[in-house]
Write a protein that binds this ligand. Structure first.
Ligand code: PEP
Ligand code: MG
Length: 870
């Protein structure tokens, strides 16, 4: 087998596209060499060799070492120097390089091949003693750290002692004699630490170094990095052995790193840093402070010109931003690395837009260059991460963005604060629908319990408000209005910051950066629309949310949760009266009071969505959620309803359920209290007819939630159609409307062919469908689910990213069976998954017609849908 690939001006064996085999760095070196960019020659030992090494109990596969020796001989020939030569020695660097870069995670060794003898040769051939011994002491330090396990700082102590003794602040000011002295001291340290001298056989050094790089694939930080970035442990790393070029031979030498465009803004400017008379690790290790790249133009104009030519050639070749490493040796430029530059969301958008405008990439590529997951950053205020903060605790990143404010502990306090214009963070054990006003008033929401689809999380995302949920480390004392984390206590009024993108809770005020929706961003989204086939709608309950969604490009409303309308202002009293009523007559009386409010709400919503479909879901939550809780509320409702406090409390007990999520909710309310749904249908259709008369284009879609059996739906569908026909006839207008259902229970998916006989559309309510399929409470699982994810039992939180192999089957089955009895069945998704890129990819595969998500996720969904279609 071939384990080793040579790269050099006259012969490059590796395929520069094959990152899997050569690693990212190795592929880049091969590619650069083959397009005529100056790269010091060398060879790459493949990732396959690394994989074999691990399979073979850490022994090299057969032929590897012979091939490496042969490549070394070729290298000697190309360089006109010999490895281990005491006159003019060849030195090499040994670097790791996995298929995806893992910055700083694995090991690098420079100046390999130096010994007490060869260093004299280096001195002779370069005529530069300082350089020779500077290289030697660097090599001893790096090799000892990486291969022999003697930590860096022990060497750095010696260096700083030396600098102190010589009274200089920079190591470039140390004399040749000092460098020689340093190398000797370093070797003494090694002897003391190991009990054996520093290895003096270059071939052995090379073997040790290759082993060390292979070993570093499985060091702890590399493993952790792979886990965080979801990379496989089986890829292995390649090893690049490359002849050294020296940035430390004097003031016409240097080394640096640069990006072909600014990676944080995307601006088309060459961006980077460099150090004169230095080697690469000085930049990385922060031993010396590098200069901005613009300085290079002044210091070494010729080399800068070469560098400019090279970076432009590289960008044209790769058609993307490159992150490059270079060294200048005596005025001659060499490239040591090129790879795709990592960038912020803002930069990604600008770069994609500009590169299309420059004709470098086509529109499709431009759209694919922007990561849907990343652009969330552009839609919410973000924390300035260049500053360090006092992090109190970490919860779930439930709704992105960041907020700074005073801690308050109940909704009323949040609302009161908002009235006087104060920024607050609402801190609750968990939120309930009653907190909605306070949540709206607060800048952000922090809860101690609850998962990614808990009430707080869903509502906050809907509002585009940041939220950290399920932060179990905070202990809330609601009465005393404070919370504690460990030994720290945050009282009411103390300033905290929450980061809904990371889940962090910060003590004090962090610095925020405001979002901006650039013209380029809007344009990229328009391009995305040209490619996507999935529709994108929004989950919105109010005209204001609907308008935001529309501005973000929503093509309609996929879910209006009508229960939110029940909590506003005075109507909650009428709603409570309805719930507490003894019989149907009592309920009808109360419903009459609610209906005008409902109708008004629908008018607002339909107007905001003129010309687009609006899916209105009939009442869904268990009734007890509307019951008054505090003594104060109980008394107020008692006064208003003519019931005694005792009677009211008794009613609350009666409505109590042990498992309300599986209880008296959804269409079960419609089946048992048809007058409630009837009122809602009247309100919807009357609103629609009025607007239709006024010349608006209204497209109502009435949706029945939590159906398990077609007979539930049949009953309610018939009622809905009867009411709708009556209202339409009375108004004397022509109005099209749809009646459909949500698929939120496994039984509905399993019998979707039957259900579809009564439904013109399905909307998969994957929040409940996940909860009921996995038997995992969406409100409580936050307590233990993180451990499940950590352990890899579920790869992702199934409430965030759809569980394809489980819930996904039910969705696919639902679509197929539904269309088997109703070929034109329209299908969508309105669970939180509708805004998650990975789930959107799944929806495309499953053949859904549209996704629906919170207004602030609409741009993400548009982009993800385009990626899914491409
Ligand atoms: C769902 O269950 O997925 C859904 C959208 O409904 P809700 O979140 O209101 O239960
Ligand atoms: Mg639901």
């Amino acid at each position: 087998a071939k384990w080793v690939y040579f790269f050099g001006k006259d012969r490059t064996e590796g395929d520069g596209k094959n990152k899997n085999l050569l690693g990212g760095k190795g592929a880049g070196l091969a590619e650069m060499t083959s397009i005529g960019i100056p790269v010091p020659p060398g060879f790459t030992i493949t990732t396959e060799a690394c994989i074999e090494f691990y399979k073979n109990d850490k022994k090299y596969p057969e032929g590897l070492w012979d091939q490496a020796k042969a490549a070394l001989a070729t290298l000697e020939e190309a360089m006109g120097k010999k490895f281990g030569d005491i006159e003019n020695p060849l030195l090499v660097s040994v670097r790791s390089g996995a298929r995806v870069s893992m910055p700083g995670m694995m090991d690098t060794i420079l100046n390999l091949g130096l010994t007490d003898e060869t260093v004299k040769g280096l001195e002779k051939s370069s005529g530069n003693a300082r350089f020779a011994y500077d290289s030697y002491r660097r090599f001893i330090q790096m090799f000892s750290d990486v291969v022999l396990g003697i930590p860096h700082h022990k060497f750095e102590h010696i260096l700083s002692d030396m600098k102190k003794a010589k009274n200089v602040d920079e190591d470039t000011k140390l004399s040749p004699e000092d460098m020689k002295d340093l190398a000797a001291k370093y070797k003494d340290l090694v002897s003391r630490e190991l009990g054996t001298p520093f290895p003096q056989d270059p071939m052995l050094q090379l073997e040790y170094a290759v082993n060390a790089v292979f070993d570093s694939w499985n060091n702890q930080r590399a493993k952790t990095y792979r886990k965080i970035n979801k990379m496989s442990d089986d890829w292995g790393t390649a090893v690049n052995v490359q002849s050294m070029v020296f940035g430390n031979m004097g003031d016409d030498c240097g080394t640096g790193v640069a990006f072909t465009r600014d990676p944080s803004t995307g601006e088309k400017v060459f961006f980077g840093e460099y150090l004169v008379n230095a080697q690469g690790e000085d930049v990385v290790a922060g031993i010396r402070t590098p200069e901005p790249i613009a300085r290079l133009e002044k210091d070494m104009p010729e080399s800068f010109k070469q560098l400019e030519e090279v970076y432009q050639k590289l960008e044209k070749h790769y058609k993307d931003v490159q992150d490059i490493e270079f060294t200048i040796e005596k005025g001659v430029l060499y490239m040591l690395q090129t790879r795709t530059g990592k960038r912020t969301a803002k930069a990604a958008v600008k770069i994609a837009y500009d590169m299309f405008a420059e004709g470098l990439i086509d529109k499709k590529t431009a759209v694919l260059r922007v990561e849907p997951n990343q652009i969330d950053q552009l839609l919410h205020p973000m924390i300035d991460t260049s500053i360090t903060y006092d992090i109190l605790a970490k919860g779930l990143p439930a709704s992105p963005g960041a907020a700074v404010g005073k801690a308050v502990f109940c909704a009323e306090d949040a609302e009161a604060a908002a009235v006087v214009g104060e920024a607050v963070i609402l801190v609750r054990a968990e939120t309930s629908p009653e907190d909605i006003g306070g949540m709206h008033a607060a800048k952000g929401i922090l809860t101690a319990t609850g998962g990614m689809t808990s009430h707080a999380a869903v509502v906050a995302r809907g509002m585009g408000k940041c939220c950290v949920a399920g932060c179990g480390a905070i202990k809330i004392d609601e009465k005393a209005k404070k919370f504690s984390v460990g030994s720290k206590t945050i009282n009411e009024g103390d300033i905290i910051t929450i980061n809904g993108s990371t889940g962090e809770v910060i003590n004090g005020a962090a610095k925020l950066i405001e979002p901006e929706l650039s013209g380029e961003f809007a344009e990229i989204l328009n391009w995305a629309d040209e490619f996507r086939t999935l529709g994108v709608r929004a989950n919105a309950d109010t005209p204001a949310d609907a308008r935001i969604a529309r501005d973000f490009g929503s093509e309609g409303i996929g879910l209006c949760r009508t229960e939110h309308m029940f909590f506003d202002g005075d109507r909650i009293d009428a709603v409570r009266e309805m719930i507490l009523a003894e019989n149907e007559d009592g309920r009808r009386r109360a419903l009459k009071k609610i209906k005008p409010y409902q109708k008004e709400d629908f008018i607002g919503l339909f107007e905001a969505m003129d010309g687009l479909p609006v899916t209105v879901r009939l009442l869904d939550p268990p009734l007890h959620e509307f019951i008054p809780h505090t003594d104060e509320e109980v008394k107020r409702v008692a006064d208003g309803s003519g019931l005694s406090v005792e009677q009211l409390k008794a009613k609350a007990v009666e409505l109590h359920e042990f498992n309300p999520m599986l209880g008296h909710r959804g269409c079960r309310l419609g089946v048992t209290y048809p007058e409630v749904y009837e009122m809602q249908v009247y309100a919807i259709m009357e609103a629609a007819c009025e607007l239709k008369k006024a010349g608006k284009d209204v497209q109502p879609e009435i949706m029945i939630p939590l159906v398990g059996h077609v007979k539930e739906l049949k009953e309610l569908e018939e009622m809905t159609r009867a009411v709708a026909s009556e209202v339409i006839a009375a108004a004397g207008v022509e109005l099209e409307y749809l009646v459909g259902t949500m698929i939120e229970l496994p039984r509905a998916a399993l019998t979707a062919d039957e259900v579809a006989e009564c439904a013109e559309f399905f909307s998969f309510g994957t929040n409940d469908l996940t909860q009921t399929t996995l038997g995992l409470s969406r409100d409580d699982s936050g307590k233990f689910l993180p451990l499940y994810i950590e352990k890899g039992i579920y790869k992702e939180d199934p409430f965030v990213s759809i569980d394809e192999s489980g819930v996904g089957q039910l969705v696919e089955m639902g679509v197929q069976k539904g269309r088997s009895t109703r070929p034109g069945l329209k299908t969508g998704i309105c669970g939180e998954h509708g805004g998650d890129p990975a789930s959107i990819f799944f929806c495309q595969k499953a053949g859904l017609n549209y996704v629906s998500c919170s207004p602030f996720r609409v741009p993400v969904a548009r982009l993800a849908a385009a990626h899914a279609a491409l």
